[in-house]
Design a protein. Structure first.
Lengths: 374, 315, 508
């Protein structure tokens, strides 16, 4: 019996490949177009909301969209916020790539902020070490805080959404408790810790460039390094392959020999370690001490940033910059146009809803196809 | 310690447990229906929040608690339908869509409250209405039982009656049976002519209705104002209660009572100068522990079943 | 059904101007390869799909059927290939599902049980109305499906590959029931690709190929070869040629293997056998008698309770899937398109899932895209996978080419033992031939092959030796498949006959 295969002469591989690659470029273009369209649509909805509630949407949008560039200190706030959001987006993208809905970044940041502050306040250190040691300590703790729900999911199949949210609540309360009873020096008027030692403070840009960029600081470098590191991790390491394969089909990954449980647990933990860097940025770079609710309200922002970038680490800086621009603009809008900054959250929700609505994307693609064929 | 025990075994404590269980039990029952219909609803939190907000605002505007209730419930169902539309018609991932709903609720309620009152924190400066508290004749005079069972908020009674209603609905009515069939085997349901999408819409709408009642209770029963993010994770604790309760109405109620007891205890212990934050952690830690214990128990059972098989083999 | 055309939104032409006619009171077989369009045609008749064009006539009148509900109302019932039952519901609940008898506002469970019992007696289809579906055997589940359709007043019954999961004896019982139904005035449409059964049961036979209706013939004008030719448009070799077996040393040794599922179901009971280099050991049996568990325990996907699994004398029992693979086991899983590939991942990535962490694909902790691409290009060429580009997602390939991706990966790992589970299920004749060729080729090259298949004729013609599983046990091992009849093997599959322990041990 001959084991040759039926070859099909009609199949011209080179031509097919060219066609497919063209198709792919077109599809990528449409993705970009859909994302931009979604953002525009969400902004339009926000516009209409303001119109309906009787605010002046033009004034509001003028301050929302030009605000972050209107003064250097506001630009500094934008850079500062973007640094946090980019790191958070990277953190979230790792478990999300494995299709694990870890929502633990909030708690991981608080925990990391505490650990970094404890080291940076109480342990005298020489320069450089004074930055690296709190960073490493916080990352280890962030890793462990991520590992716990990761292990619970991987080995006990405990719902990760519930477990990470519960853990967040516990950590935030713990933070509150320790800040009130331990970190705030006796006799202090307000609820806040001492300043960290000067050696631990991340260098701010203001003295470097001579323009007031507020609290924007060298943690931007952390973000840049992490973008590259996460890209390498996801796309060029066996661990990244494992994560992506589990995300594509967990049963297949297990069948193929991947230790799915370990990989899932680690995806949570590495996400936690990266979220910790965001917490370190808040303490060593932004506030230079612990303040109440230091990372409050940042919990879901990383998800939006990652989602907009479709969990692609190279796109996360773009979406992080975009989204923090909106956030900072929202605050300025609130000051200047008396429109609540929470409208930005509404816009954010609309963006998520529209981007996850698969049918809309498919519809645009199908339409594009028909138009081309016609 | 003695003091603590005294607290736990008092009628006021048990009455308090029922009070704090209500805003967990109602969304949990809603979430249970959605879960059994195959459309896990993690937007319970956001739905509660919008319902709590809408209820208070309308009750301020109309000075009628009943119109407030109606508005709250309508708002909650609307949010659930938005989720259903995006998931069922537009094929959005239900978890991400629900996260969006939660963000929308959190930001949207603050935005609206700020717009109307100029205050971002709460509506407490304005006079809102409360759902009635019900004194039950005869029962209220029975010692011990009276103070527990009587004098609760109307919605607390609704919550516990809802346990029975949800059971009957799920297991005895056509709609409930169809809903469970859809959740368990969608194709089978579709093949006998059950309108799958309609059932899942129904499941999400009912979950919205029950979660909304829980939200209205929070702002118009438990307290008498709306405060930002006042649901404080109850929508998620409700989710935990569903899983712990083995996805049955009765089990869900028992789990909700456990969480309620933990929360009531934290309030009581708070009075005994135990630091506030540590006590507030109790329900969250309890949920975490319960998740682990539940999983371990399940695993032990499976192992025991396997062992039993081996023993019968040996015989 | 006249001039039915169906084009799916993705552009696939499933039915092309098909006209199909069934007479009242007949048993009409509809045959064709997978993808020939017969399932789509029946889904259109049952209202699960809408035709792009064409019309349906029932008793001479044009009808529109847009939902299964409307089909049911018109007296059309369908028994699907994968059962459409709710596992946690009782049999009676499943039968009345969607049309429950009511008492007041509530579902009347007693009436449901009574109706089930009555129907079951009327048509001689025995079931236990109060049993939970999850706990009853496959044969009974199928009877439940038929009763479900009858309960809804079906006059026309569509049976989609009903014998795929049955033993020859159960098939025989089913055929008796079908004849009884026709005698009671029902009409039966019987979808199948088992030509022998088609010849046995049907009155008339319609053949489809490439989305078109090839023709309808009376049974008395038909024979298996003619039908096969109509199905594929060319002569098909129904027999598999293979050189005589060159049996080498023992590769896989399994002794007293026991396994229970997490639900406590005893799936494997003291299973023992050998597989030798250069031979194909077939495992026959009705599905659900422990074959799936056996394969997954050996492959490391489930942990055995006790027993010995040795590969070349080294224990592989309880190893992880990777450990088992590295010991030299390859595995073509039964649910290939769901578990054997990751649809969203690229072809390149699908082809390295068992070796990505090793040289040459990973060096110094980093993966090497050039090597991954080279590997994919070589396999695409060697196995004639019709893929323009290795970076495309596997999901963009046709079903047959996805199969090839799995086979290419598993065979290129140079295994000592190849486990092939249901290798031709859901596969058309062309792909079946390909799969058979590959298995025989690997066998001739000295690989030990464990073949598990529910298709009795396949497992009997491919295997050198044949073991039969029933109720978690090996009940027979035949040292030579030549001269065996399906009826005899069927008796063992049913559990009515069992070899003695000594006999089995002699044939290990």
């Amino acid at each position: 019996m001959q084991a040759t295969l039926p070859t099909t002469p009609s199949f011209d591989r080179a031509a097919e490949r060219a066609r497919v690659q063209q198709e792919r470029r077109r599809s990528a273009m449409i993705d970009v177009f859909v994302t931009l369209g979604t953002i525009a649509l969400a902004l339009l909805i926000g516009f209409l909301v303001m119109l309906i509630v009787g605010k002046d949407p033009i004034l509001a949008y003028a301050s929302l969209l030009s605000g972050p560039l209107s003064r250097s200190i506001r630009t500094g706030r934008w850079i500062e916020d973007a640094t946090t959001l980019i790191i958070l987006g990277l953190s979230v993208s790792i478990p999300f790539r494995a299709r694990q809905f870890s929502l633990g970044a909030q708690g991981q940041m608080f925990m990391a902020a505490m650990v970094a502050a404890v080291v940076a306040i109480y342990l005298p250190m020489p320069p450089v070490v004074a930055v690296l040691l709190p960073l490493v300590a916080a990352m280890i703790v962030g890793f462990l805080v991520g590992l716990l729900p990761g292990l619970m999911k991987a080995y006990l199949n405990a719902n990760e959404i519930v477990s990470t949210l519960m853990l967040n609540a516990v950590i935030v309360l713990l933070y509150d408790f320790l800040l009130t009873n331990v970190f705030t020096p006796p006799g202090s008027q307000s609820l806040r810790s001492e300043l960290i030692q000067p050696n631990s403070m991340l260098l701010r840009f203001t003295p470097l460039v001579g323009v007031n960029l507020g609290r924007a600081n060298l943690a931007v470098l952390f973000a840049a390094i992490l973008v590259f590191a996460v890209w390498v991790l996801l796309n060029r390491t066996p661990f990244g392959y494992e994560i992506r394969t589990i995300g594509a089909n967990e049963k297949f990954a297990r069948y193929g020999g991947i230790n799915t449980r370990r990989t899932i647990a680690w995806s949570f933990a590495i996400g936690g370690a990266i979220a910790a860097v965001a917490g370190v940025h808040l303490v060593l770079g932004v506030h230079q001490r612990l303040i109440p609710g230091i990372a409050a309200g940042l919990g879901f922002e990383g998800i939006v940033v990652a989602l907009l970038a479709r969990n692609n680490p190279l796109l996360i800086p773009v979406t992080g910059l975009f989204y923090s621009y909106l956030r900072v603009g929202g605050d300025i809008m609130e000051q200047e146009a008396a429109v609540g900054a929470e409208i930005v959250q509404v816009i954010q929700a609309v963006i998520i809803l529209l981007l996850t609505a698969q049918v809309l994307v498919d519809y645009v693609k199908a339409r594009n196809q028909r138009v081309r064929e016609a | 310690m003695e003091q603590a025990l005294q607290v736990i075994f008092s009628a006021t404590f048990i009455a308090a447990v029922l009070r704090v269980t209500t805003p967990i039990l109602l969304p949990a029952l809603g979430g249970l229906i959605a879960e059994l219909g195959g459309v896990a609803n993690i937007a319970l939190e956001g739905i509660m929040l919008t319902a709590a907000c809408a209820g208070v605002l309308i009750s301020i505007a109309t000075q009628s608690e009943w119109l407030g209730l109606l508005a709250g419930v309508a708002m909650g169902v609307l949010m659930a339908l938005v989720l259903a539309f995006f998931h069922l018609n537009l094929k959005a991932d239900i978890i991400l869509a629900a996260i969006a709903i939660n963000i929308l609720a959190s930001g949207g309620t603050i935005f609206v409250v700020f717009l109307l009152t100029g205050d971002k924190g709460s509506t407490s400066a304005l006079v809102s209405k409360q759902m009635p508290f019900v004194e039950i004749p005869i029962i209220k005079d029975i010692p011990l039982i009276g103070p527990i069972v009587s004098g609760q908020n109307l919605l607390t009674y609704v919550a516990f009656i809802a346990v029975a209603l949800v059971s009957v609905f799920l297991y005895r009515t056509r709609a409930g049976i169809h809903l469970r069939a859809v959740g368990e085997n969608l194709e089978a349901a579709r093949s006998v002519g059950i309108n799958v999408r309609a059932q899942q819409y129904l499941a999400l709408a009912l979950s919205g209705l029950l979660a909304a009642l829980g939200g209205v209770y929070l702002s118009m029963g438990y307290v008498k104002f709306f405060a930002r993010d006042m649901t404080a994770g109850r929508g998620f604790i409700a989710l935990a209660a569903i899983f712990l309760g083995g996805k049955t109405p009765l089990g869900t109620m028992i789990a909700a009572l456990v969480f309620g007891a933990a929360e009531a205890l934290s309030v009581q212990l708070g009075n005994l100068r135990v630091p506030n934050q540590l006590v507030q952690m109790i329900p969250y830690v309890a949920t975490l522990v319960a998740l682990v214990v539940y999983a371990l128990v399940q695993r032990q059972r499976a192992i025991a079943r396997q062992r039993k098989f081996r023993q019968t083999q040996a015989v | 059904m006249r001039n039915i055309t169906k084009i799916y939104p993705n552009g696939v032409l499933a039915d092309n101007d098909v006209t199909f006619e069934v007479r009242a009171g007949e048993i009409h077989a509809l045959v064709g390869e997978n993808g020939a369009g017969k399932s789509t045609l029946m889904k259109i008749l049952y209202g699960m799909e809408r035709p792009t064009s064409g019309q349906i006539f029932l008793r001479g009148k044009p009808v529109t059927i847009h939902t299964p509900h409307e089909a049911i109302a018109l007296g059309i019932g369908m028994v699907h290939q994968n059962f459409m039952l709710v596992p946690s519901f009782t049999i009676a609940e499943n039968i009345v599902l969607g049309a429950e008898p009511l008492r007041g506002a509530f579902v009347d469970k007693r009436a449901a049980i009574a109706a089930t019992t009555r129907l079951a007696q009327q048509y001689g289809l025995t079931v236990d109305p109060e049993a939970i579906v999850d706990a009853v055997p496959v044969g009974m589940r199928q009877r439940v499906e038929i009763l479900k359709a009858l309960y809804r007043g079906a006059d026309v019954l569509i049976l989609d590959e009903p014998t795929a999961v049955l033993t020859p004896q159960e098939t025989h019982e089913l055929f008796t029931a079908i004849r009884q139904l026709v005698n009671a005035g029902k009409t039966v449409i019987f979808i199948s690709h088992k030509l022998r059964e088609v010849m046995e049961i049907s009155d008339r036979i319609s053949v489809m190929r490439d989305a078109r209706m090839v023709g309808t013939i009376d049974k008395r004008d038909a024979d298996e070869h003619l039908l096969a030719k109509m199905m594929v448009g060319r002569e098909v070799f129904l027999n598999i040629e293979k050189p005589p077996v060159q049996r080498g040393p023992v590769v896989l040794k399994v002794r007293n293997l026991e396994y229970a599922t997490e639900a406590g179901v005893e799936a494997l009971k003291h299973v023992s056998f050998n597989v030798y280099a250069g031979e194909i050991l077939g495992i026959a049996g009705v599905e659900g008698n422990g074959q799936t568990e056996l394969v997954e325990v050996i492959a490391g996907l489930r942990a055995p309770l006790s027993g010995v699994i040795e590969l070349d004398g080294k224990s592989i029992a309880g190893l992880t899937p990777r450990g088992v693979r590295q010991a030299g086991v390859a595995h073509i899983p039964e649910d290939r398109l769901t578990n054997g590939v990751a649809l969203a991942s690229s072809i390149q990535e699908n082809l390295i899932v068992d070796r990505y962490e090793r040289e040459p694909f990973t060096r110094g902790g980093l993966m090497r895209p050039a090597e991954i691409e080279r590997n994919a290009e070589a396999l695409i060429e060697q196995y004639a996978i019709r893929a323009p580009d290795g970076t495309l997602p596997v999901g963009s390939l046709s079903g047959g080419n996805m199969q090839k991706v799995v086979v290419a990966r598993e065979l290129s790992s140079r295994p000592k033992l190849l486990i092939a589970a249901q290798p031709t299920r859901g596969v058309d004749i062309g792909a079946t031939e390909f799969m058979h060729e590959q298995l025989v080729k690997a066998r001739n090259a000295g690989v030990a092959i464990l073949l598990v298949s529910a298709d009795l004729s396949e497992v009997m013609s491919l295997s050198d030796r044949l073991a039969v599983m029933h109720d978690g046990r090996i009940v027979a091992i035949f040292p030579d498949t030549r001269g065996l009849t399906e009826e005899e093997v069927g008796l063992y599959m049913l559990g009515t006959k069992t070899m003695t322990q000594a006999e089995i041990e002699r044939n290990w």
